[in-house]
Design a protein around this ligand. Structure first.
Ligand SMILES: [Zn+2]
Ligand SMILES: [Zn+2]
Length: 166
């Protein structure tokens, strides 16, 4: 997978975090290779910091986000996902998950951002003829009209114009 870094993203930090994540996963018995093993993967998600897939037994983390975060911020999310793997499928963010998360040293927060983690600025900006602005990470493929000017029906008079967000 090709890693795409946002402006200001630090590639060295990504490499450092990968090593930290693999060590932490191994410490909690999540090792690749053998049957029932778990693996570490990078993804390019802009908003979701990490996911735990029971089907592929993979913890996947956002390279763009981690390239902007401190090691401590990344470690909290890594432990959050490790707790999902250890809790098992179906627990989501219940008491059992929460206890495991706390036991392994995570804050137990359900979503990232509480430690001051940076988010990625949206790459696209859509403006309707009346000036209502909406931001997006991908340019919509179909014309969409402004939800403020015409909330219930599609009205071509209120189509948003998209441009790169700078
Ligand atoms: Zn979670
Ligand atoms: Zn509008």
């Amino acid at each position: 997978m090709e890693i795409k870094l946002p402006p200001g993203g630090n590639l060295e930090q990504i490499k450092r975090i990968e090593a930290v994540a693999i060590t932490l996963m191994a410490k909690h018995g999540l090792r690749p290779g053998q049957a029932g093993g778990w693996s570490f993967k990078w993804g390019n998600a802009a908003k979701v910091g990490g996911t735990c897939s029971y089907k592929t037994r993979t913890l996947r983390f956002s390279a763009p986000l981690f390239s902007l975060w401190t090691t401590a911020q990344a470690v909290d999310l890594i432990k959050h996902e490790i707790a999902h793997a250890l809790a098992g499928e179906g627990h989501h963010h219940d008491e059992i998950w929460w206890k495991i998360a706390r036991d392994i040293g995570a804050t137990g927060s359900r979503c990232w951002g509480k430690l001051g983690e940076k988010s990625i600025p949206p790459t696209w900006k859509g403006t309707c003829p009346k000036g209502h602005v909406r931001y997006a990470y991908r340019k919509p493929k179909q014309a969409r009209c402004c939800g403020i000017c015409s909330p219930h029906v599609f009205d071509a008079r209120y189509i948003r114009k998209w441009e790169p967000n700078q």
